[in-house]
Every structure is written in C-alpha cells, then in structure tokens.
Design a protein around this ligand. Structure first.
Ligand code: NAD
Ligand code: MG
Length: 387
C-alpha cells in the first residue's frame, strides 16, 4: 500500500513542490494531511484535489472558514496540536513549515517512530539535543530535504559522519545575489535585490538568509546535528552554478559529490522514496550543455552571519536556538522595511551577547530560550535606525 504522507506547510515553496512530486507518482503516495498558516484559498484548493483526512490551519478563527469549504469528513484542526496529530498519524511527514513553528512536526514525527522528510532546518538546529533523543525511537528515520544535506546523505551512503574515514563535509553555497559585493556597496541594498536569488526560487525567509549567508551558517549547524561531524571538519565553498550540491572528502583522498541541476523536487522525491529512488527524474544534468563549474572561498568579513553561526554552533546548548530566533526576528523586520540588510547581522550578534550558557535539557527550556532571544532581538531591532 502507498505510504501515508503529511505535508506541513503545503502552500509554501517546498510544500507546493512536494505536491508536484506526488502528482508525478500519485499511486506511490497517499496524502493524508495538509497545513498552512496563510493562503487559505490555496490550502482549500489543495485539499479539494488531494482529499486529505486532516487539514491544519494556524489561527483558531480560520478553522470554521476552511471547514465550511471542505467535505464534512475532512477534519480541520489548528496549531501545534493539529500539526502533532498529523505527524503522529502519517508514515511520512514532510516538514515544509518555515522557522521555529516547524518544531512540533519534527519532534512528533520522530517520537512516533515515523519518517521525517525535513526541509525545516530551523527546528533541527534549535532543538538538536532534543531531536537526538527522539531520533533513536524504533522505526524513526530522518531524511534531509535541504539540498546540501540530501547530497551529503547520498554521498555518505550509510557511513556516519563521525566515521574516521570521513575527513570533511564540504557544503556548497551559491553565494546569493550579493556575491562579490563589498560591505560598503551593500549598505543600501533593497528588499527586491535581496529577494532576487540567482539560482533558486524559494520562500522569502530562506531567500534573505541566502543573501546574508545565514542560510549556509544554519546549514553548517544542521550538518553537525545530522551527521555528528565536528565543526572543524565542515567547510563551506561558494559554487555559483548550484550544480554540485555538496561533497564528502574521505581519508584516502576521494571526494564524492552529488550533482544535478538546482531543482528541489529531486531531494524531496529522494526523502519520500528513500531507500529507493523515485522513477521520475528531476534536475538531471546534460554535462555537455552544463556551464563551467567554479568554486571560491566565502567572503567571511562581508557576510558575517556565516561565522556567527559557526560560533553559536560551537557553543552549543541553546546558542543555536538564540541565533536562529534572533535571525527570524531580524529577517522579519527586514522584510517589513524596519531594518536594513546590513543590520540583520548586527541584530543577531548583539542578541547573542545576552546569551547565558544553557545546556538545553528540555522542550520547556527550548521554548523559553526561543522566547527570550526573540524578546532581546526585538529590543535591539527597535533601537536600530535605518539610514
Ligand atoms: P515558504 O515561506 O514558501 O512556506 C512556508 C510554509 O509554512 C507555508 O505553507 C506557510 O503557510 C507555513 N507557515 C508559515 N508560518 C507558519 C507558522 N507559524 N505555523 C505553521 N505554518 C506556517 O517557505 P519555504 O521556502 O517553502 O521553506 C520552508 C522550509 O524549508 C524552511 O525551513 C526553509 O529553510 C527550508 N528549505 C527551503 C528550500 C526552498 O527551496 N524553498 C530549500 C531548502 C530548505
Ligand atoms: Mg540548502
């Protein structure tokens, strides 16, 4: 029988692409739950097409609106409780929610011994010690959807990152729209410029994160959490063509890489089908028409978020949760025109100065850490003036 699939955050970039993958292989997957926080019209349209048993919205006031548009047998639930129920029910949960709000899906899916197809990196980064505990639940598996981590997962092919033959993980970064620009020339960039990603079409938050290299910083912590590789053995190289999605270097000098055209439907399909491979090709390469592949070091002085993330990752405990929460607040303020692009790194750095060592032993501690960091970051944002 086709495995049941919950797609949480189904109206977003990853959510929509997941439904495209499933549309290409409809007999292989049974969509049982969909969720969105906004775009209710689109959520209703999706639910009418895929007929899930459960639909989850974010606001209690939206429950009746969505329920009245769907058949009576479709249950409409709300918030973290609804997301948890979906993740416990489905054999596979695609966590395509953006930000810390994706946490209930990550925790519930693994704790229930299910497959987690994880796009929502923020939940893993912030909750790594807690995710580690539920990951060992019988039957649980975590397959990354993030293209770099899916690439590394494929390159490792069963070898864990702390195997002594693994020398380093090399994450590739496109460099974003501001690659090659000086800090001075970036002082007045606009939102439109930050949202113009050269190779990937993604949701607004991750697109801004790509422009600051915070996305790559979060991905370094994500790689550490997924593969247990020490931070000193995780490197970042800028590869503007986004064809090599990441690499693993081994002790005998071999480097294994995964290549394809940039198309998130490939890692999504891989995470859905693992350990098999989907019989539909997304992003397949024609090497004769492919452009030249180039690699260069990241400009760490201009794109400070990368090293802020390495630092928070090395500190561990709740520091990555503080970093991620402060970044969410800063990016939201930038998207709303309350902060300049250059101030995103400043807000994150200033917020982290208030961090006090916290080993993060419980979910309650994580929720408190997230709230505290947001509070500090909001104060810092309020003190910023846009020049
Ligand atoms: P998006 O903004 O396009 O979509 C986000 C989805 O989450 C929407 O369905 C939205 O309604 C829902 N959502 C937003 N806030 C919510 C909340 N508070 N509670 C519940 N649901 C909420 O985002 P995206 O680009 O699809 O990214 C989703 C996740 O995948 C992010 O963590 C991102 O870092 C990761 N990711 C995305 C890509 C990509 O190509 N888009 C690639 C790699 C990783
Ligand atoms: Mg990525």
């Amino acid at each position: 029988m086709a495995p049941s699939v919950a797609i949480l955050g189904s109206t977003g970039s990853i959510g929509e692409q997941t439904l495209q993958v499933i549309s290409e292989a409809p007999e292989q997957f049974d969509v049982v739950a969909l969720s969105a926080a906004r775009s209710l019209d689109r959520l209703i349209e999706q639910a009418r097409k895929y007929r899930p048993r459960l639909v989850i919205v974010d606001q209690p006031s939206d429950v009746a609106i969505v329920a009245s548009a769907l058949p009576a047998m479709t249950e409409v639930a709300c918030g973290a409780e609804g997301l948890t129920a979906a993740a416990e029910m489905a054999e596979i949960s695609v966590n395509a929610i953006v930000g810390f709000a994706g946490l209930p899906v990550t925790m519930a899916s693994l704790a229930a011994g299910r497959r987690l197809a994880l796009a929502n990196k923020e939940s893993l980064i912030t909750a790594a010690p807690l995710v580690e505990q539920v990951r060992s639940t019988k039957g649980a598996s975590l397959v990354p959807v993030d293209s770099e981590h899916c690439a590394i997962f494929q390159c490792l092919n069963g070898v864990s990152g702390n195997d002594r033959s693994v020398r380093r993980l090399v994450l590739t970064a496109s460099g974003g729209p501001f690659r090659g620009r000086s800090a001075q020339s970036l002082s007045s960039v606009t939102l439109t410029e930050a949202l113009a990603h050269p190779t990937w079409s993604m949701g607004p938050k991750i697109t801004v994160d790509s422009s600051t290299l915070m996305n790559k910083g979060l991905e370094v912590i994500e790689a550490h959490a997924l593969f247990h590789t020490p931070f000193d053995q995780i490197d970042v190289v800028v590869h503007p063509q986004s064809i090599v999605h990441s690499m693993v270097e081994f002790s005998d000098g071999s480097t294994i890489a995964q290549l394809s055209n940039p198309d998130m439907r490939l890692p999504i399909g891989y995470a859905l089908s693992y350990p098999d491979r989907l019989d539909v090709a997304f992003g397949s390469l024609d090497l004769l028409t492919a452009t030249t592949l180039t690699f260069e070091p990241p400009d760490r002085a201009t794109f400070r978020c990368l090293d802020l993330a390495y630092e928070a990752g090395r500190v561990g405990g709740a520091a990555p949760a503080w970093l991620s929460a402060a970044n969410e607040i800063a990016v939201e303020a930038f998207l709303e025109g309350r902060l300049s692009w250059g101030q995103i790194a400043e807000v994150v750095e200033a917020t982290l100065q208030s961090y006090v060592a916290d080993p993060l032993r419980s979910l309650e501690a994580l929720i408190a850490a997230d709230a505290k960091s947001r509070e500090v970051a909001r104060t810092v944002v309020a003190q910023c003036t846009i020049n």
